[in-house]
Design a protein around this ligand. Structure first.
Ligand SMILES: Nc1ncnc2c1ncn2[C@@H]1O[C@H](COP(=O)(O)OP(=O)(O)OP(=O)(O)O)[C@@H](O)[C@H]1O
Ligand SMILES: [Mg+2]
Length: 233
């Protein structure tokens, strides 16, 4: 599988994974810093299921989830990245897969994890796309099948990372927060309202989720500041 985008449409061509295509870039270094911070956020706990969400649409959930999955895999962890955004799935675009078989097929017992997951070209990283979008996403994400799927995934992988829909829009992210060991909240710089971030945090905590931290995405940094901070080059 090749990660280079087939330039068939705009959405596909924009979705490249910087942590894979340019792992020495300052941005990739930042993803590694986030990885370290996640590991330090729960030193005494076994963090094996992590979900990524944000308050609203388009704030960088899928980008963050995918790049974090790559940097954890680069560290030697066997990682499964799951597209649990059953409202607007995008992982199949990022990894140039079709989305005929995925999470929803497992949850409706039409497939098993082995059949539906795909090994990527990135060592240690497998993905599970969303599968066909169901009429009742929250219900199937909250089902016992989902618990069984997570348990099976944990027998095969060291770490499972979930991409999810916006937490303020639908209940799916809360449902997953309840099932995961930790949650990451993505905030888009100069875009996400403080109120919305606070409300998102509250909803995740209400669902008994453990908020591991917040990722500030798309922060504008002047080139020289950026390179100065990372020691030049
Ligand atoms: N740090 C970044 N730098 C540049 N572009 C970014 C960054 N983060 C996200 N993007 C771009 O912004 C768009 C939205 O990002 P992404 O799909 O990750 O957000 P999302 O929160 O998953 O959106 P949705 O709510 O639609 O699922 C994408 O085109 C993505 O490539
Ligand atoms: Mg997304």
């Amino acid at each position: 599988m090749v990660l280079k985008a087939k330039k068939t449409n705009k959405q596909n061509s924009k979705r490249s994974l910087i942590t894979h295509s340019d792992s020495r870039s300052p941005i990739s270094e930042q993803y590694r810093t986030i990885r370290t911070n996640i590991q330090y956020s729960a030193v005494d706990e076994d963090l094996r299921t992590i979900m990524v969400t944000s308050a609203g649409p388009g704030e960088g959930k899928s980008t963050t989830a995918a790049n974090l999955a790559v940097v954890f895999a680069q560290q030697g962890k066997r990682v499964l990245l799951i597209d649990a955004d059953l409202r607007k799935p995008t992982m199949h675009y990022t990894f140039h897969q079709n989305n005929h078989k995925g999470l929803t097929n497992i949850l409706t017992k039409q497939a098993n994890l082995k059949d539906a997951s795909v090994e990527t070209d990135i060592e240690n990283l497998s993905i599970l796309t969303s599968g066909p979008i169901p009429p009742n996403p929250a219900e199937i994400l909250g089902s016992q099948s989902m618990d069984g799927m997570i348990e099976e995934a944990l027998s095969e992988y060291d770490l499972v990372i979930f991409d999810t829909p916006p937490v303020l829009a639908v209940t799916d992210a809360q449902i997953l927060a309840n099932k995961c060991d930790g949650a990451i909240l993505v905030v888009k710089s100069e875009n996400t309202e403080v109120e919305a971030s606070l409300k998102s945090k509250e909803l995740l905590l209400n669902a008994k989720g453990k908020l591991l931290g917040v990722v500030l995405n798309q922060k504008k940094v002047k080139d020289n500041q950026y390179y100065y901070y990372y020691g030049g080059k």
